[in-house]
Write a protein that binds this ligand. Structure first.
Ligand code: ZN
Ligand code: ZN
Length: 276
């Protein structure tokens, strides 16, 4: 029993160390970037910075644990209902093609997960945590309720499992979903960043800070519930939720609901009785 406890502690310590290294790399990229090309003058240690830093570690540790069982069950169930032959054919495609296909179908799943979180009041309770940020920077990417992350990840993986682009849990490394998660995570930091760059016509094909900043706007009803895609804005175009003016940026972010300042209150809030 003691050996098992020690093993758990070691795994936990390795995870925390791994996340710290990631944090360092991300800071080395984004802190100078926000300093050189800021959209707004903003301090690195802005309001709620340390709460979001706690979310960084929580997001790196908890959803992974919560996902192990539902992901394996989902994978096996979905693999069982697909006609034979499709997965073998997909497995024979080049890695680049499988990666591109996984990015597209994964986005379709996570687009709808994200949209439902805005449209279904029960799901919004969890997603409101992410939108409560009143100043945007790279670190806001990690501010999310663990169950929000679990739901998005599951919905993103459903089409990948169906098409055989991700495999049920095996001992071998599943490269395509790993690349999709890695790309999506790194890009997530970029689109939240306090960076004023614009990308012209490319903005329809790949999400950028202005695209996602408009998703966080609190400028009024006409502007909210747009731009749900994490990576591919044309998916919003396809489903009628694309909004990206050529020049302007939102004037304010956040939500009208009041959330507690501390992380514990924010995590427990979705489970409390609320009128909305
Ligand atoms: Zn949202
Ligand atoms: Zn966001």
């Amino acid at each position: 029993m003691e050996i098992l406890q020690q093993l758990h502690l070691t795994v936990f310590a390795i995870d925390v160390f791994r996340l710290s290294i990631w944090l360092l790399i991300i800071m080395i990229i984004f802190v100078p970037l926000e300093n050189l090309y800021p959209l707004r003058p903003q301090k690195i240690f802005r309001k709620a910075f340390f709460t979001d830093l706690t979310y960084f570690f929580l997001s790196g540790l908890l959803p992974k644990l919560l996902l192990v069982v539902p992901m394996s069950m989902l994978a096996l169930a979905l693999h069982g209902i697909v006609p034979g032959g499709l997965h073998e054919w997909v497995a024979g495609l080049p890695l680049g093609v499988r990666f591109a296909a996984a990015m597209v179908v994964g986005e379709m799943g996570s687009y709808w997960a994200h949209r439902w979180m805005h449209e279904v009041p029960l799901l919004w309770r969890f997603h409101a945590v992410h939108h409560s940020a009143e100043q945007l920077d790279w670190l806001v990417n990690t501010r999310a309720h663990p169950l929000d992350q679990v739901f998005t990840r599951l919905c993103g993986f459903i089409p990948m499992y169906l098409l055989g682009l991700a495999q049920p849990v095996t001992n071998q490394m599943d490269l395509v979903p790993l690349l999709v998660i890695l790309t999506g995570t790194i890009w997530g930091f970029f689109i939240h960043a306090n960076v004023r760059w614009r990308f012209g016509w490319l903005e329809l094909f790949i999400s950028t800070p202005d695209f996602h900043h408009w998703h966080h706007t609190n400028d009024g009803k006409a502007f909210i519930n747009k731009n749900y895609s994490a990576m591919l804005p044309w998916v919003d175009k396809l489903f009628g939720t694309y909004y990206l003016p050529k020049q302007s940026w939102p004037t304010r972010y956040g939500i009208n609901e009041i959330l507690s300042v501390g992380i514990v209150g924010q995590l427990l809030r979705p489970f409390r009785f609320q009128k909305r």
